[in-house]
Write a protein that binds this ligand. Structure first.
Ligand SMILES: CC(C)(COP(=O)(O)OP(=O)(O)OC[C@H]1O[C@@H](n2cnc3c(N)ncnc32)[C@H](O)[C@@H]1OP(=O)(O)O)[C@@H](O)C(=O)NCCC(=O)NCCS
Length: 260
């Protein structure tokens, strides 16, 4: 299972169940109508509201609020809790997790956002990391690869034809981010300390982690297709899992103004 093609996003069932082999990925639009935004804002707790208030740009504040509120709402659906009752704890490098994981059946999740879209991965009894990026012209992709990617990745990248390098960069980047988010270290793990596949046509895989020879066997990567203009990837602990994509819907009105 290496790809998650466009068209694989479904309306969620009314009764959500998550077995140990299920990996659910939710696609969350972050620019709903103002009415929906105000409803969602009331879901956040005091700390989240304080964090929202620190965003200078309204569009970034709004997207944070919508992402957080929908995170609470979706997780609440699995847990049989109201969104306000969902409680988080944070790892050493800031990875959010559910408080009292053992008592709530081992549910784990990871969230990523880019521009007006978020992806939320939900699993049971295993770790997960997800990343997405809006494709955009990036003048210094080659400089970033040369400076931060591993020696092997640099060799793979610079063998790619120049016109394919932007897409190759973003595909590689989301694979790398999905892994560092799955292990919870984020950018505290130097990006050059591990290799992922990134040559066009190479299925997503973790190939090497410095001083940890067993890591590549512990993780499986898959590509996600979040929509036109985006690339995504997921890193999931273990094998034998089954990926399903669901769409979060906000209702009929969507705010088409102020998009970045
Ligand atoms: C985790 C990290 C890679 C996220 O990168 P990003 O592309 O900016 O953001 P994404 O949209 O992919 O993900 C953000 C979400 O990931 C989750 N997250 C935060 N820290 C995380 C971590 N350490 N591991 C996994 N997930 C994390 C949160 O849900 C966050 O959502 P929020 O901002 O709405 O709370 C980055 O912020 C990071 O490295 N943080 C760790 C702190 C750190 O070590 N910083 C060093 C800076 S050089």
């Amino acid at each position: 299972m290496d790809t998650h093609p466009e068209g694989d996003w479904h309306r969620p069932p009314s009764q959500l169940t998550l077995g140990s082999e299920d990996v659910h990925v939710w696609r969350i639009p972050l620019d709903p109508s103002d009415t929906v935004v105000s409803e969602l804002a009331s879901i956040l707790d005091v700390d989240e509201r304080a964090r929202a208030a620190r965003f200078h740009a309204v569009i970034h504040r709004t997207r944070f609020v919508v992402g957080r509120a929908l995170l609470r709402r979706v997780l609440g659906q699995y847990l049989g809790l109201r969104p306000e009752e969902v409680a988080f704890v944070y790892g050493e490098h800031g990875k959010p997790a559910l408080r009292g994981e053992a008592t709530i059946g081992g549910l784990r999740f990871n969230l990523a956002h880019s521009k007006d879209l978020a992806l939320l991965a939900v699993v049971c009894g295993r770790e997960v990391g997800v990343d997405l990026e809006a494709l955009r012209a990036l003048e210094d992709a080659e400089r970033i690869v040369a400076r931060f990617f591993s020696t092997r990745e640099q060799a793979d990248f610079f063998r790619v034809a120049p016109e394919l390098r932007q897409l190759t960069f973003f595909r590689g980047w989301v694979r790398k981010e999905a892994y560092i988010k799955a292990i919870g270290k984020g950018l505290a793990l130097p990006l050059g300390d591990f290799d992922v596949t990134l040559a066009p046509g190479d299925p997503p895989r973790l190939l090497r982690v410095q001083d940890q020879p067993d890591e590549p066997n512990r993780w499986a990567l898959a590509e996600l297709s979040p929509g036109v203009g985006f690339v995504g990837a997921i890193a999931v602990e273990g094998t034998g899992w089954r990926l399903r994509g669901f769409d979060v819907t906000h209702g009929p009105q969507a705010n088409t103004e102020n998009r970045e």
